[in-house]
Ligand binder design. Structure first.
Ligand SMILES: [Zn+2]
Length: 435
């Protein structure tokens, strides 16, 4: 007797061979996939059945880099240079308003938006990560969470040492939780001293976690690291000994050829955030080159103040087209690779590939159904190209995490839509009164 059986859909397992089942089924028990195949045996029993006929079934999408609570700053200070955007808009508001309540509220809205768009796991770096964890647990999603560690005081934390201590406490509190994967999050090479980065890596190794950091996001950063330390960012990180296969580097827009080789050699993973890089005019990451060197690249939306949404299907669509245009080559980053970036490769990037990222026996049942019975998604020649080039996050119909249905018929069940809207409006009122 299974808990849940999904049957009748076009299943894209996104395993290493891209195995598909045109009229397949998935049997789930205790939150784990027990069987995947073409033909469901007659009389197989389950507590619940989901009819997926006419739908494409995929692994849940993975957003490998965001700042969830920044939904409360969506659209603020747009169309400014990165430095002005951060110094004049984002940092002052964060300094004034970011609190446990702000982060819990902003993350709540982010969880609504991500579930609605088919995201089942995300990586977050922000402040008050316990507040993010509370919203994640309420939503039924999965998340990899870290407190941003910086050399200057941040909301809730006075020093990098305190940031490190909070990180350790957070890891100890959540490390056995199957939905929350705590990690270590030094913000960036230009906001953390070598000492802070070394301390952070020590914790990541001691507690066996991911080490999440922004690297080589802008040309400015590259110049600043060069003038401070005499090296470009990746070489500098290698030199101080904080480069290894637990590093998930967000952005990686400006690595040199030599640095791409170093990333490959050290097994560093990359969270590619094309829309944020475009909106902030940071540049275009050399993703096809990185993929050619065997580097694992996941997709990230970054925060909604620089994107401005949390739509992973939209993000891979941008990525797939962007690199074709920049390389004058329509064969780079094909639709299958783009889908893998949002699923299987994303799971590798966050070191959860034995648990999620594909539809295979033994993995958590994190699964989405995409409704392709819509005018903009027919006729259907190829499910991969259809999702990447014609689809949107809002075409996701059903979302399942660990066998639990979080969205059905495009209605999010675990996070409240009206509450999300009123939270955002209330914070806007608060800003207006105080700014
Ligand atoms: Zn970021």
């Amino acid at each position: 007797m299974f808990d849940l059986i999904i049957k009748g859909g076009w299943i894209l397992t996104v395993d290493d061979n891209y195995t598909e089942y045109r009229n397949g089924y998935i049997a789930i028990k205790d939150g784990v996939i027990q069987e995947v195949g073409e033909e469901l045996r007659e009389n197989t029993e389950a507590k619940e059945f989901i009819d997926a006929s006419g739908k494409i079934v995929l692994p849940g999408l993975i957003n490998t880099h965001t700042h969830a609570a920044m939904t409360l700053l969506r659209g603020y200070g747009s169309d400014n240079p990165l430095k002005v955007w951060l110094e004049k808009y984002i940092w002052p508001v964060e300094g004034k308003f970011v609190s446990y309540d702000f982060v819990r509220d902003g993350s709540y809205i982010a969880c609504y938006e991500m579930v609605r768009n088919g995201v089942t796991t995300f990586v977050d770096m922000y402040f008050y990560e316990n507040a993010v964890a509370d919203s994640v647990l309420e939503s039924g999603m999965r998340a990899v969470l870290c407190t941003g560690i910086l050399d200057f005081p941040t909301p809730g934390t006075k020093s990098p040492e305190e940031g490190i201590e909070k990180t350790k406490d957070f890891i100890r509190e959540y490390r056995d939780n199957p939905y929350i994967y705590p990690c270590v999050g030094p913000h960036a090479p230009y906001t953390c001293s070598p000492k802070t980065l070394e301390m952070a890596m020590r914790v990541a190794i001691d507690y066996d976690t991911l080490f999440h950091i922004h690297v080589s996001e802008t040309q400015n950063e590259v110049e600043e690291i060069k003038s401070r330390y005499g090296n470009t960012p990746v070489k500098y990180l290698k030199e101080i000994g904080v480069l290894n296969d637990r590093v998930l580097a967000a952005h990686m827009v400006h690595p040199t050829e030599e640095e791409i080789d170093i990333l490959s050699e050290y097994g560093v993973k990359v969270a590619h955030c094309p829309e944020s890089n475009l909106k902030l005019a940071s540049g275009v990451a050399p993703v096809p080159k990185m993929l050619n060197r065997g580097i694992t690249v996941g997709i990230g939306t970054d925060g909604t103040a620089s994107n401005d949404d949390l739509d992973v299907i939209g993000e891979i669509s941008t990525a797939a087209k962007l690199h074709k245009g920049v390389n004058l080559n329509p064969t780079v980053l094909n639709a299958k690779q783009a889908i893998a970036m949002a699923t299987r490769e994303g799971a590798k990037a966050i070191r959860l590939h034995d648990k999620i990222g594909t539809i295979e026996k033994g993995k958590f049942a994190d699964i989405i159904l995409v409704d392709v019975n819509q005018p903009h998604l027919q006729p259907l020649f190829d499910p991969y190209t259809q999702i990447v080039y014609s689809g949107k996050g809002l075409d996701v119909d059903t979302v399942i995490v660990s066998g639990k249905v979080l969205m059905k018929n495009k209605v999010v069940l675990s996070v409240n839509k009206e509450k999300s809207i009123s939270i955002a409006k209330n914070w806007y009122k608060t800003y207006k009164e105080m700014l």
